[in-house]
Design a protein around this ligand. Structure first.
Ligand code: ADP
Ligand code: MG
Length: 254
């Protein structure tokens, strides 16, 4: 059984200005430990999908199940890493990482130990008492990812998490994130507008249509899973996937 399943998920936003039909019959599954990327035209409904999976929005129609159970009965199984790292400058890295449990009032000794273990394992042990501004862009992203991991979610939701980074840092962070998620045995969905990033990081790439979004294409990425994303970009079939997805996303101006 797939870890996550979306069945005919549709969503309409209602606001005083009118209705916006964001999603129309979105169907896909995500297997345990799979890394799935979602690409699509800007404004098509990508963040709406993640908001639904994070439990922040209830879809107008359709079913979302995690491990066969409705998402609403599986609280805490998903965690969203937002577009900017959103680390608070007035908190140390350790206290940023423990922010979630602190708010939810479940900062157990186990969670604190797990946070320390993760910070140490991923090269941030010297920075636990530092402020976010004292860290490089790459380290900040790692800290933000660790914050998302401390509550042990089953499914991580990454909404264009690298878009604020410069190109070089971005490449490094992709390798870091990929390595951390693999080592921690996590399942993840990444929303990105960068086709290279999507292909190099993923087992599967979902291409969405224009709004209202539905699944236009689904690619199983048959690149070497043991290579880091940067190395996967050098593999022969990489360019083939790139051309296909680029064509899927091409804007047809009439
Ligand atoms: P993407 O992440 O693919 O850029 P979004 O999921 O953020 O797209 O948005 C899809 C569409 O829904 C857009 O047209 C957007 O303007 C609209 N939308 C998003 N959030 C709201 C909201 N809270 N109320 C009304 N419309 C919204
Ligand atoms: Mg978005």
């Amino acid at each position: 059984m797939a870890l996550l399943e979306l069945k005919n998920v549709s969503h309409i936003y209602h606001s005083p200005e009118g209705e916006t039909w964001a999603l129309k019959d979105v169907n896909f599954t995500v297997e345990e430990r799979e890394f799935v990327s979602i690409v699509g035209p800007s404004g098509c409904g990508k963040s709406t999908i993640l908001a639904i999976l994070a439990g922040l929005l209830t879809p107008s129609e359709g079913d979302v199940t995690i491990g066969g159970k409705p998402l609403t009965e599986a609280k805490g199984t998903t965690a969203l890493m937002p577009q900017r790292d959103q680390l608070f400058e007035w908190r140390s890295i350790m206290r940023n990482v423990l922010l979630g449990p602190e708010i939810q009032k479940n900062k157990s000794p186990e969670i604190v130990t797990y946070a320390k273990t993760l910070l140490e394992k991923y090269g941030l042990s010297e920075f636990t008492s530092k402020r976010p501004s004292e860290l490089s862009g790459g380290m900040r992203q790692r800290a933000a990812l660790i914050r998302t991991l401390v509550t042990s979610p089953k499914l991580l939701l990454l909404d264009e998490p690298f878009s604020a980074l410069d190109f070089q840092t971005r490449l490094q962070v992709c390798d870091d994130v990929s390595d951390i998620l693999r080592q921690e045995n996590k399942t993840a969905i990444l929303v990105t507008h960068d086709i290279n990033e999507a292909i190099s990081m993923s087992d599967k790439v979902i291409v969405l249509t224009e709004r209202p979004a539905s699944v236009k294409k689904l690619y199983s990425i048959d690149l070497d899973k043991n290579l880091p994303p940067l190395k996967r970009r050098e593999q022969k079939s990489f360019a083939v996937y790139f051309r296909r997805i680029w064509k899927d996303l091409e804007v047809h101006n009439e």
